[in-house]
Ligand binder design. Sequence first.
Ligand SMILES: C[S@@+](CC[C@H](N)C(=O)[O-])C[C@H]1O[C@@H](n2cnc3c(N)ncnc32)[C@H](O)[C@@H]1O
Length: 253
Amino acid sequence: MRAQFFGQATERMLDLAKLHVGSQVLDVGAGTGDQTLAAARRVGPTGSVVAIDVSASMLEMTAMSAREAGLSNVATRVMDAQRLDLASESFDAAISRFALMLIPDVDRALGAIRRVLRPGGTFAALVFSTAEADPFLSIPHTVARRVGRLTSPPEPFGEFRLGAPGVLCDGFKKAGFRDVAVHVFATRRRFPSLADAIWYAKETPMPLRELLVQLDRGQQDEAWAQIERAYQQFVGHDGFESPSELLIGVGTK
Ligand SMILES: C[S@@+](CC[C@H](N)C(=O)[O-])C[C@H]1O[C@@H](n2cnc3c(N)ncnc32)[C@H](O)[C@@H]1O
């Protein structure tokens, strides 16, 4: 499902990171490694991808997928992006998909990523845009908070933290990257049916699950019923379809 929604945006991120045959690449917050494998295919057997994540179980899935795909140029390391235990100037490029906005100290992570890049190396990071631009993600948040009567956090929800105009660009610049640019990527979230959309919303590894944990069983049922009703507006003849906007931040060391 992720590959289907985000395949084109992922390829664009790899283009912008200037991956080529033989590149040594760092993948930050690799998760289950969809983009890791795409990068590994691009750089070929003479290149390599080091996938880092705080979740060992996610990285196990990445390693397994790489093995199944016959890719021997993928390494996984359990590591916090804020404290990269990697040699300075050891990568030609870095990528990150849907992870940067979830890292508590983004500035520190950006500084660490820049440190491990060789001079001239490029970092490209794909993140979500604003809540308004992605109702599939923002509706469950709004509903869960309303039903659970949760008080507002001091800053916007993780997903949209870097989505406001200027935030991603400023972060890259503050970390010392040059030639910084932010590319807007408009896409659509499509599911065969409303039931599939709800299933994916429940399964998606986004912090929504943490938010729902704060609701009791009855509130959770009520929240999902309200989410389903709100999602109805995106159901048409061809199933569920909602707009989504992504940002790709790019900077060079
Ligand atoms: C939404 S998932 C995205 C995973 C994958 N890149 C993808 O697009 O399918 C975010 C990932 O960031 C990881 N993550 C969160 N904080 C992190 C940190 N401080 N350092 C490294 N990884 C982190 C999470 O464990 C999770 O795997």
